[in-house]
Write a new protein. Sequence first.
Length: 46
Amino acid sequence: MIKEINFSKKAVERINQLIAKKPSGTFFRIAIKGGGCSGFKYDFSF
């Protein structure tokens, strides 16, 4: 099953600004882990 994640235009702009400062080939990773108040913890990294 494929789930879609939507980002606001402002969030996409900011992510792109941060990636531009990183070495070539850098990517944006999203991880979902068990834990936190809602049962899930969302982790973002480059």
